[in-house]
Design a binder for this molecule. Sequence first.
Ligand code: SAM
Length: 176
Amino acid sequence: YIDEFRRDPAETEPLIAVDATCGNGHDTLWLAESCDKVYGFDIQESAVSRTAALLEERGLADKVRLFCDNHANMMKYIREETAVIVFNLGYLPSGDKNITTDAKTTLSALSSSLSLLRADGLLCVTMYPGHPAGKTERKAALAWAAQLDKRAYHCVRTDMLNQPDSAPEILFITTK
Ligand code: SAM
């Protein structure tokens, strides 16, 4: 999707991305490698420091602004229209499994994300219904996406056919 923007000669504006759940920083790093500027959020100080260290190590720290805050507050920090917003929900597999995203704040953050997305933007949400909070969150996110105005958004969900029902799913929303 980002490559599409990159190939389009009419695209002259900086490409801005948001990682709403930095965790160990892998997605933030990938976005920093592909975009001009990235905003990253995580409620865990340890996740923010790990992400900062990874970006520093790869020489990409200058491109990224990290915030140890709830992604539901992203509108407080971001003024620009963004091209790509990524949520990797749930908990850090290597961390405290009690610190997980939750349906209420996730829905609030998803609504904020739509306000920030530019035309032809992409909102990408990886959901993990394999744990109880993730199951509730998946249901809430899909119900929220299903009622979005079809004239303004395309909403698509992946479904792994050769995996159990609890396999991760990805919700993609693009703005028309
Ligand atoms: N993208 C990460 C990576 O590449 O390593 C993995 C993210 S991990 C599955 C989910 C992360 O979301 C955890 O680090 C957790 O602290 C964070 N998180 C949970 N609730 C949050 C919230 N309300 N706002 C921001 N981050 C949150």
